[in-house]
Write a protein that binds this ligand. Sequence first.
Ligand code: F1P
Length: 347
Amino acid sequence: IFDSLRGRLDPESLNITLSGLDKIKDKLINARRVIIVACGTSWHAGLLAEYWIEELCRLNVEVEYASEFRYRNPIITSDDVIIAISQSGETADTLVALENAKAQGATIFGIVNVVGSSIARISDAGIYTHAGPEIGVASTKAFSAQLTVLLLFAIKLAEFKNSTSEEIRKQLTKELSTVPEKVKYILDSTIENIKVIAKKYQGATDFLFLGRGYNFPIALEGALKLKEISYIHAEGYPAAEMKHGPIALVDETLPVVFVATKDRVHEKIVSNMQEIKARSGKLISVVTEDDQLAISLSDEHIKIPASHEMIAPILAVIPLQILSYYVGIERQIDVDRPRNLAKSVTV
Ligand code: F1P
């Protein structure tokens, strides 16, 4: 995937990748809001896109589970742009939600992996993620590709709307092009450590995943991946919501995974880490490599390279995917074909 991403991050390829936005440029510039519709992992990508698009484009964004949206009676107009995110392009709930929205005049922008799939065909314009076939059922590399494409979408829309300075847009695009190298570094430097962590905690019955801001959707995705391929109950939560309920679960048997890379809310998440530590929870954290404070608070830590706060989540999910993988292996689960899951949920 990262070779394929690298291939699409040079300026010429970027223009090709983003040409779908040109097709609906006026619609996007004048859109009243963007509604993101997806299921599962793709929904988590959409949630992060909400943060990015709001920040960079100053545009209203709603993120909807397609499985709920299709059965509601949402108010949709021809001023709405719907972004559909789907790895398979065949997820029935997403497809029906799009058919309903299209019938009400909305413009559909598809972010899909499978070329020529049903969701690609119903879209007015779109971007293929080209993440290659997913070998496993649980979406991993498709998620990374979706995030990359969604951030590119937000940067391009910010250019159309002139809502973010050229300097910031250039900085983000430049930093995105360093993602493949940083991912390679993460893969080379963290796997042995993660294997040890997986062995140590594979017997846990529950996990809590916490994150704030741009890292909140990554906490949700970390929890989902663990559930999918290790069968351990896991919950993802915004770290600040912990005190409104989940904190009651914390004791010395509970591993709490913090997605705690440096960003504008870092101080806040560090104080959440202190709260968990004070209650004897086991802290496993994904941290920026020079973050001595977060490292000193953690029972286990996984270091990733420093990067722009909007890009850090694209990197932070990688160790969580690897953690789920090795916990699943420790528990002798067929991680590529976990029970009860289907690659395309077409009914
Ligand atoms: C959505 C999804 C995946 C999940 C599993 C079941 O699929 O929930 O995120 O990993 O494969 O379906 P899609 O619409 O992104 O293909």
